[in-house]
Write a protein that binds this ligand. Structure first.
Ligand code: ADP
Ligand code: MG
Length: 365
């Protein structure tokens, strides 16, 4: 089991161009790849917190670049039978849906359509290279977890039970009972299904008074390769998580409190699982939330990629810090004291010796 935790900082949108940018990507040394996210301390702006990641993508990163760097390298493993799981984590408005789904224009396409396109291309190649001895089936499941209940997004709203679909254990795996699965022939087929299902999600949102930012949307792509009586099955899962902001700060509505509790719990368990996997622990607490249970996170031999989405503006300051705290793989947070005026004019360098001390301290929350 391997895990990568990376951060992606989105650009300012057109209507935000006058906003104050406080989040930046940095490297440990000049010329090294970007692996650090830096953000000022909210209590003392002359202090800067640094968070370390496996990789950091700044505002100039295209959809194509992100996919090639973080997802494409694992597609071979998927066809060798490993499960690949990609999460987008972060505050609402930071680019999770943009990263996973993206826009309709070719260049704007996100991880999901690119992944499917890659899967179909490989499937064709496997069949061709085996002279038809191996067949490859691609099947989709798409569901959301809202308030700890599982809803099938491939089913029309009328067919959903309000209590959600039950889970059951089978051969040590968690199964969502009654979850539908659709076979997909090609990218066109996929897009038709996916668009229809996303429309379902929107309809559901208005009827149930839920918002997409309050549920986890999980797309599961099952690849089945059959050669004679040998069957190899693996899955790629792409998850657009619920917003990680603290909803309680802005809204005391009772429904919101219930939603917040469910979201906070599952995101907390997720981060615990990611930590445990990256430490190489034997015990992964995946049973403690529905989402991690259904994904059997850390139970099978697979690859997990967590993308932390960040918005660079000051208005997100506290929520950004809290999401950095949850996702950063750095166990110790470095705090540098920098001399305000001087250093802000030149780009600050780590250990620049400007009288800064390196202290270890946990930032807020
Ligand atoms: P989330 O799903 O995390 O709530 P969205 O994906 O909806 O956030 O992004 C919020 C807004 O920012 C959308 O208008 C989206 O198109 C835009 N956006 C996000 N990331 C990028 C990016 N890397 N480049 C350009 N626009 C982006
Ligand atoms: Mg979204």
């Amino acid at each position: 089991m391997s895990v990568r935790v990376v951060a992606r900082i989105r650009p300012l949108l057109e209507k935000e161009l006058d906003k104050d940018v406080i989040v930046r990507a940095d490297s440990t040394e000049d010329g090294k790849p970007l692996t650090m996210v830096k953000i000022p301390s909210p209590k003392n702006e002359s202090e800067e917190f640094s968070f370390a990641f496996n990789s950091v993508y700044d505002q100039s990163t295209t959809q194509e670049e992100l996919f090639s760097a973080e997802v494409a390298p694992h597609m071979k493993a998927l066809f060798q039978g490993l499960d690949v799981t990609i999460f987008a984590y972060g505050v609402t408005g930071t680019g999770k849906t943009h990263t996973m789904r993206g826009g309709l224009k070719l260049a704007d396409r996100g991880v999901i359509p690119r992944l499917l396109s890659n899967v179909f291309r490989r499937a064709k190649k496997v069949a061709k290279d085996s002279n038809g001895a191996t067949t490859v089936d691609v099947a989709l499941a798409y569901y959301e977890i809202y308030n700890d209940k599982v809803f099938d997004l491939l089913e029309p709203l009328e067919k959903r039970t309000p209590s959600g679909l039950p889970l059951r254990e089978k051969d040590g795996k968690t199964i969502v009972v009654g979850l539908s699965e659709r076979s997909c022939e090609d990218l066109k087929d996929f897009e038709r299904l996916y668009i229809e299902a996303n429309n379902n999600r929107v309809t559901a949102a208005t009827k149930l008074n839920a918002h997409s930012s309050r549920s986890h949307a999980i797309l599961r792509v099952k690849v089945t390769q059959t050669t004679g009586d040998m069957v190899r099955e693996s899955t790629a899962s792409a998850i657009d998580l619920a917003g990680s902001e603290d909803n309680r700060r802005t809204d005391n509505d009772k429904t919101r409190l219930v939603e917040s509790a469910a979201i906070n719990k599952s995101l907390f368990v997720l981060s615990q699982c990611i930590d445990a996997i990256s430490r190489g622990d034997k015990r992964i607490p995946y049973r403690e939330s529905k989402m991690t249970r259904i994904l059997s996170l850390g139970q099978n031999n697979g690859i997990t990629i967590m993308i932390l989405n960040l918005a660079p503006m000051r208005s997100y300051h506290l929520d950004t810090l809290s999401s950095l705290n949850v996702s950063s793989r750095a166990k110790r947070i470095e705090v540098r004291e920098i001399e305000n005026e001087v250093v802000f004019k030149q780009p600050p360098r780590s250990n620049s010796g400007l009288g800064g001390t390196n202290m270890q301290r946990q930032p807020l929350r």
